[in-house]
Structure formats: C-alpha cells, structure tokens
Design a protein around this ligand. Structure first.
Ligand code: ZN
Length: 347
C-alpha cells in the first residue's frame, strides 16, 4: 500500500495579502501555489493515492484550541466575506484581562505580523484540520501505515489561543491528540522553524513527546522559543527536546541532530509518530537559511521509516516553489517504502 494523501479541499481559499516584516510590507511567502507544487510533484513521482478530506465538525477542535480564539477566526473570516480585506494586529497585549473589542482581539489572538486573517482563512484552516484528522483516523484504524495531510496554511506555530507563523489551527497536534488512542505518541518536527505551537500544546504532557530540529531561534523565527533548555514542565518534564542548529547547516550538521531526535523518539516507544514536515531547510528555500539538498529528504524519510511505527505527516513550511514538491515526494516515498522497511511494524 502506498502513501495515502489526504488533501485540504479549501487550500486555495486563504490568500494572504502581504506580510509585515520589521515594519515593511512584503509579498507573502505562504501562497496557494505551494500546495499545487507539492501535489504536482507527488503525481509525477507516482505511488501516491489522493483523496479530498471530508468535512470536519468544529467540535473536534475544542480540546485543543481556545473557544474564544476559534470563534475569532471563524467570525473574522465571516465578517470579511465578499471583500478583499484582511485583519492583522497592530497592538499586542501589554496588560492582563480578556480582550474587549475587535482591535484587542486581533492582538490577543495572534503573536506576529506575518499572519493575516482573510475571508477564506477559516475555511482553509478548517480544511487542513479535516485533512489531518482524516489522515490520523486512517492510521489509527490500521488502514494505512503512512498518511500525509497535504495542506496549507501550515499549523505547527499555532498555539492554543494564538495564530502566528502563517499557522491558525495546529494540525500536527490534532493528529497527535487523536493517535493517543493507540498509546504514547511522538511528534517529530523537521521544519526549519521551531514547532512552538506543538511544544506549547503538549509542554506538560508525558504522553506526547515533542521533538524539534530547527534553526537556532536566536536568529530565526519564532525567536522566543525553540532553545535547548526548554525540556517540558510538570509531568511533561523531559518530554520536549529542542535541537537548534546554526544558520547554514548542511547534511553533516543535520545527520547527528536527526539521529539524536530519532533516538529520543525511539526511547518513548511511540505507538505512532506525527511528522511536522517542512521543506524549508532546503538550500533553495528563500527564508530558511539552511543548506540541505533534495536527496537528503529521502534519507530523512528512510530514517523515520526505520522507527517501524505508523506515521501521520503534516505539511508545514517550504517556500521555494521549484523544490518544495520534490522534497516532499522524496521524503514521503522513502517513508512509505514497504519493501526496504527494516524494523517490525505492529499488525
Ligand atoms: Zn518553517
């Protein structure tokens, strides 16, 4: 059985107008063409079965995301319907208390100026959650060993009650939550940016191990988390591992970090693994700053496959339209390869 690819049917609904980077208005990196590029590359590669995600009830999100935040996303998109407008924060919370009024909610429910809400944002974000939920359902039911949620916008930066980093709903966390029915779960985040939202959502949990290999946040988004001394809290102490790498890291630097990540994942003895997959550590990525060649993504896929556990993969970053698809295809083909699989797989 090849890799099941569950597509977000609403991926093109969210069209951000721009980003605000250090006060400058710049074109958005996170665009619908990213999805098209990945889908085309997977189709050209062969061995992938595509299906659209069925609709998802918003109730599924309530355990993961704050109800006020979810309502803000839904209602803001609804209020923008029919126009080309957007909502982006100008003022962030500097005093305690619940936000009172629309301008306060913009800042309270978002942590950066890269992540505009548009008329189609809610549909696109919910569609991504639907694709991820379906992928996790298929893996949990044993219907496939590897399922991939092909979606945009990404999810791994979204916290319980805040969007940011182009992310609105945390797809990787949603998958991990569902897969807990099988036993302990590990989330491996190999996007070049720290998976701060996923870490945040499971920081006190010993059941979901979160491991992230990423660019050092001292110089790379999201700046405020992703450091090596963040190891979890309470019962979750010891169940978060960050492996930050310096700018310009190539294969020689990634190999030992990924080996350490996988060693920690293996010790967790997960019943399933969620991979937050980004191609933005590729050498051609315009914002990642790393030096990985396309071929290394196949090595990554094979390394995850060697864990011998079922996997749900969520599409996160990757902003070079010419290579993001090839990276995803290389990773997923190697991860899904049944013939050369080494370790035992649960029945
Ligand atoms: Zn990223």
């Amino acid at each position: 059985m090849g890799v099941r690819v569950i597509c977000n049917p609403n991926y093109a609904a969210h069209v951000p107008p721009h980003e605000v980077d250090n006060g400058a208005v710049v074109p958005p990196w996170e665009v619908p063409g990213r999805f098209d590029a990945v889908r085309a590359a997977l189709a050209a590669h062969g061995g992938f079965a595509f299906e659209d995600a069925p609709a998802l009830s918003v109730d599924v999100l309530t355990g993961l995301h704050d109800a006020g935040y979810v309502a803000h996303l839904r209602d803001t998109s609804a209020a923008l319907a029919g126009g080309g407008g957007w909502v982006m924060p100008s003022v962030f919370p500097f005093a305690p208390g619940e936000p009172r009024g629309e301008a306060a909610r913009r800042g309270a429910y978002c942590f950066d100026t890269f992540t505009a809400i548009t008329a189609g944002t809610w549909a696109a974000a919910l569609g991504g959650a639907a694709a991820t939920y379906r992928a996790a359902e298929l893996v949990a039911a044993g219907e496939t060993r590897v399922a991939y949620a092909l979606t945009r916008p990404p999810g791994h930066h979204a916290e319980r009650g805040r969007c940011g980093g182009y992310s609105f709903l945390n797809n990787a966390a949603l998958a991990a939550d569902l897969l807990l029915d099988l036993g302990p779960v590990a989330v491996l985040d190999i996007d070049v940016h720290h998976g701060n939202g996923t870490q945040h959502l499971f920081y006190d949990s010993p059941d979901v191990l979160t491991v992230s290999v990423h660019g050092d946040p001292a110089g790379l988004f999201p700046y405020f988390s992703g450091f090596a001394d963040e190891t979890g809290t309470g019962r979750g102490l010891g169940f978060n591992l960050n492996l930050p790498l310096p700018p310009g890291t190539g294969v020689d630097g990634y190999r030992p970090a990924v080996a350490a990540a996988l060693e920690r994942v293996g010790r967790h003895r997960p019943a399933a693994v969620v991979v937050a997959f980004g191609a933005d550590a590729h050498e051609a990525d315009p914002i990642g700053g790393m030096r990985l060649p396309t071929a290394y993504f196949a090595e990554l896929g094979a390394a995850v496959r060697a864990l011998g556990v079922p996997a749900v993969v969520t599409q996160e970053g990757g902003y070079d339209l010419a290579t993001v698809g090839a990276c995803a295809a290389a990773f997923l083909a190697a991860l899904g390869d049944e013939v050369s699989r080494g370790a035992a797989v649960p029945p």
